[in-house]
Every structure is written in structure tokens, then in C-alpha cells.
Design a protein around this ligand. Sequence first.
Ligand SMILES: Nc1ncnc2c1ncn2[C@@H]1O[C@H](COP(=O)(O)OP(=O)(O)OP(=O)(O)O)[C@@H](O)[C@H]1O
Length: 224
Amino acid sequence: MKPILEARHINKFFRKPVLFHVLKDINFTINKGEFTSIMGKSGCGKSTLLYILSTMDTDYEGELSLNQQLITGAERKELSHIRNKYIGFVFQFHYLLPEFSVLENVILPAKKLGEKSAEEIISDGHDKLKILNIDHLAKKRASQISGGEKQRVAIARALINNPAIIMGDEPTGNLDSYNADNVFNIFRQLSDEENLSLLVVTHDEDFAKQTDRIITMGDGRIIS
Ligand SMILES: Nc1ncnc2c1ncn2[C@@H]1O[C@H](COP(=O)(O)OP(=O)(O)OP(=O)(O)O)[C@@H](O)[C@H]1O
């Protein structure tokens, strides 16, 4: 099995208002195609960990590898490139640009990466929208579609650069049960059929139970 994300001895301290050891010796590996959820009580450090794993926060101790490449210590510009190329994000809130079309929203990260022609990028955008069964919405403004559709657009956007891993922070937190199931099924399919790795922070036990593995955190540690 190929490791996609490896966290070794991750420790994190907040220094203000008082010194606080928020993450304590976190170690785990996510393999290719694995669908993993992270659970734990509010305040146990899940978002703080995801922020580090997603390369957004570089102020930690320990080592992080993505695609078997050490990324700890990489420079800001390099990290931004790594993030854009290898990691797709799906948040609780979709963060779509309301005045942009669905297709324009989806292809923005590919334009930023700048590795393909405009035609290829548009064609890729339609391909991702087809995977999510929403290609018929391509020309609509993001402000004109439903909440469930917006989250599917956000997933298409997360897929546009063919990332090695999708990271989600409560990606179903804002959805009703129908749309939450829909998002779960899309993730399951991406893991099973595209061999994509997924790492999702969730409070939803039913969601977590159906993933390949649950990492449970408590008080800044992995407890199971
Ligand atoms: N910038 C900061 N400075 C100091 N303490 C912080 C900071 N950000 C978060 N914390 C504290 O670190 C702990 C972990 O926060 P974090 O947001 O990672 O928890 P969480 O498990 O994601 O919680 P939730 O499930 O409620 O989103 C909490 O006690 C929080 O108050």
C-alpha cells in the first residue's frame, strides 16, 4: 500500500494567552484509496490538526510527508504549490464565488496551478461536473443553485487538479440528511472507484461508521 499522508510525532503549542500543548505526539498514515474520518469531542484539536495536515499551518513540531515527499520545512511558495496540486478541500461552508458560474468556480484552482491550456481546463471542469452529476448546472451562477448542489460544486472544485487526497472539515455539517448521504456516497465512490484518499473531520457518527477507519482524538492525542 502506498502511503499518501504521513504524520510523525506532530506536536503543536499555542503560546497565547498561556502556553497550551494542543496536539500531543500525533502519528498516523493514510494510504492510497483509504477513506478515513477523524472524530472527537469539541476542542480536542481536530481542526488544528487538519490545518497542519493541509499545510496551512507550519508552526508545529514533527514531520509531515505527502506523496512520500517530506513537506515539513518547505518554503511558503512551494507549500502553496503542493497544496494546490495534491490536496483538495471541502469545508462545511462551500466558499463558492456567488457571481461566478458553476464551471468558473470549479476551474479556478486549475487556472491558479497554470499547468494546462484554457481548453483543457474547461474540458476537465465539465468532466468533474459530470462525475458529480451536475454538468447541466455549468452555466448557472453559484448563487442560483441549492445548498446540496453548492456542496457538489465544491467537491468538483476540490477534484479539479486530480489531488492525491481530499480533506474535509465537517463537509456535511450544513446539509440535511438527504444531501449529507449524497456527499458521503460521492466520497465513498471516489475512494472505491478512483482510489482517492479522503480524510474527513466529522461529528456525524453514522458518517464515520461507514468510512474505512475512524481516528478518535481526545485532549490533543489519538486515543484509538
Ligand atoms: N489560535 C488559538 N490560540 C489559542 N488556543 C486555540 C487557538 N485555536 C484553537 N485553540 C484551542 O485549541 C483547542 C483545539 O481547538 P480545535 O479548533 O482544533 O478543536 P476541534 O476539535 O476542531 O473543535 P470543534 O469540534 O469544536 O471544531 C481548543 O481548546 C481551542 O480553544
